[in-house]
Design a protein around this ligand. Structure first.
Ligand code: SF4
Length: 181
């Protein structure tokens, strides 16, 4: 017999299946790793067959890709872009620079750990990650979405104060509208 609980479960499975196969990406390509995106998206590796494709604006995007090092100056724009995206939304940190600063670990003007500022759902290791690694990162995110475990956006809302405090330590001229859910 199908009760309310079971029918909700079925709806979740179908919804997550649809979400994982329609990942529209907004690529923030300031880092050198961005050069691996064209081969990933075009005919050789063809990420679109997995339902991954580009989006024109934050409002249309589901997935924010930070492709490499992020400067303290760019961080403000990236936060603004992320907060303009609609739920459900996900973040992938792409390349070693997003994980621990990579080869810019002692640079004065890059951030060292993206997940202190934005909720990263999946990291893709490497400097720079080849398209195979990028596809594997997309597949990992899809797996998390299907299992209902890609909850970065929820975690961001729940811990907004912690994120804001970290963000404001880096961004000294904070003049942005507050995120309005
Ligand atoms: S991880 Fe390597 S390839 Fe990617 S932005 Fe950093 S230095 Fe460049």
């Amino acid at each position: 017999m199908i009760n309310d609980k079971n029918s909700q479960k079925i709806v979740d499975i179908i919804r997550n299946y649809a979400r994982k196969h329609s990942l529209w990406i907004l690529a923030y390509g300031t880092g050198c790793g961005a050069i691996e995106l064209p081969p990933t998206m075009t005919s050789r590796y063809d990420a679109e067959r997995l339902g991954v494709r580009g989006a024109a604006t934050p409002r249309q995007a589901d997935l924010l890709l930070i492709t490499g090092y992020l400067t303290t100056k760019s961080l403000k724009r990236v936060i603004r872009v992320y907060e303009q995206m609609q739920d459900p939304k996900y973040v992938i940190g792409f390349g070693s620079c997003t994980i621990n600063g990579g080869m810019y670990w002692d640079s004065y003007n890059t951030i060292k750990a993206l997940d202190r500022y934005l909720p990263v759902d999946v990291y893709i290791n490497g400097c720079m990650p080849r398209p195979e690694a990028v596809l594997s990162g997309f597949a990992k995110l899809q797996e998390l979405i299907q299992d209902g475990k890609a909850n970065g956006a929820k975690e961001y809302k729940e811990n907004l104060k912690w994120y804001r405090d970290n963000q404001k330590k880096v961004i000294t001229n904070w003049k942005m509208p507050e995120y309005n859910w």
